[in-house]
Design a protein around this ligand. Structure first.
Ligand code: NDP
Length: 298
């Protein structure tokens, strides 16, 4: 039996549509569009592509996009001054500083300056504490999107055994916290974990966020488990092609034969990340203007 494929593209399109409807309602109620500011420093090609697609998606959802492109030579003071001005700007509901920053800049100091209520990436200490304390806040987009897909497939996660492979600030840690808050029994695995295959075999839910192509093998998966593959890895190009294939952290062809459901790469978690970013910006806008938004509406 092969696993159900969790269609992240369709899921993301649905979320973006719901965000669009609520963005229109927001504009009608507040007299302005919800606004997301994206700050890009330098000319890293991948970051430029991400920022452009975030801007396009923001406008497509009926929100205002403020793009700030700064040269690679920008100083810490200039970047901090920009973040402070965005904090103070009433038209800006969400602020995203595209990472990584050029090496001469201190990303932690910049993130610490972002108003936590505009911190749509959920990276400030305040939002990390809110997540740990089970309070409302803004939480990292990728793990939040994974939770949405898991709850859609499995409903209540209470008592499920979940293994998160990876413990980064951006993905693994917040993922484990979100699952814990949803009453799953969570194991966080990482590079020092002993006998990872045995740890993964216990899990009803596997979230792989490592950055190693095909690391999680089919025979690590408990039959029927739900597998969320966060990894995005580009393989070396095949002869005659200029770009290699994108693959996840899970050996998909093997895992699909064992799992109950699995996200593909590409087309799984990836598309959800921008959709959740829009969701976070809109939630921030509703809170900013103190307009009620039904819990779980998006
Ligand atoms: P990091 O490199 O920050 O973290 C990787 C984690 O994997 C670390 O905790 C590390 O452990 C762990 N790890 C490394 N090797 C092993 C191993 N052999 N066994 C078990 N654990 C291991 O990566 P990110 O969390 O930022 O990203 C993970 C993946 O997700 C990447 O492929 C990235 O491209 C992708 N990604 C995808 C997104 C999307 O939108 N779909 C968004 C963000 C990331 P330790 O802590 O011990 O070093």
């Amino acid at each position: 039996m092969t696993a159900q494929i969790i269609d992240g593209k369709a899921f993301a399109a649905n979320l973006r549509e719901r965000v669009g409807v609520l963005a229109t309602e927001f504009e009608a109620k507040s007299g302005r569009k919800a606004g997301l500011a994206v700050v890009l420093v330098g000319d890293d090609p991948a970051s430029q592509v991400y920022v452009a697609s975030k801007g396009k998606a923001t406008i497509a959802a009926g929100m205002a996009s403020f793009e700030h492109k700064l040269p690679g030579s920008t100083t810490q003071d200039a970047l901090e001054a920009l973040v402070k001005s965005l904090n103070a700007d009433p038209a800006v509901d969400g602020i995203l500083v595209q990472l990584p920053l050029p090496a001469h800049l201190d990303d932690k100091a910049v993130i610490a300056l972002i108003d936590p209520d505009k911190d749509v990436d959920g990276l400030t200490d305040t939002n990390i504490a809110r997540l740990a304390n089970q309070q409302d806040g803004l939480f990292p987009c990728t793990p939040f999107g994974c939770m949405m897909m898991l709850e859609d497939r499995l409903g209540d996660l209470s008592g499920k055994d979940a293994v998160v492979i990876g413990r980064s600030q951006l993905v693994g840690r917040p993922m484990a916290q979100l699952l814990t808050n949803a009453n799953a029994t969570v194991t966080v695995a990482h590079s020092r974990t002993k006998d990872l295959p045995a740890v993964v075999r216990r899990a009803d839910i596997v979230v792989a966020a490592v950055g190693r192509p095909g690391m999680v093998k089919g025979d690590w998966i408990k039959p029927g488990a739900t597998v969320i593959d966060v990894g995005i890895n580009r393989l070396p190009p095949e002869p005659g092609k200029d770009k290699g294939r994108l693959v996840g952290d899970v050996a998909f062809a093997e895992a699909v034969e064992v799992a109950g459901a699995i996200t593909p790469v590409p087309g799984g978690v990836g598309p959800m990340t921008i959709a959740v970013l829009l969701r976070n910006a809109l939630v921030a806008a509703y809170r900013h203007e103190a307009i009620a938004l039904a819990k779980g509406a998006i």
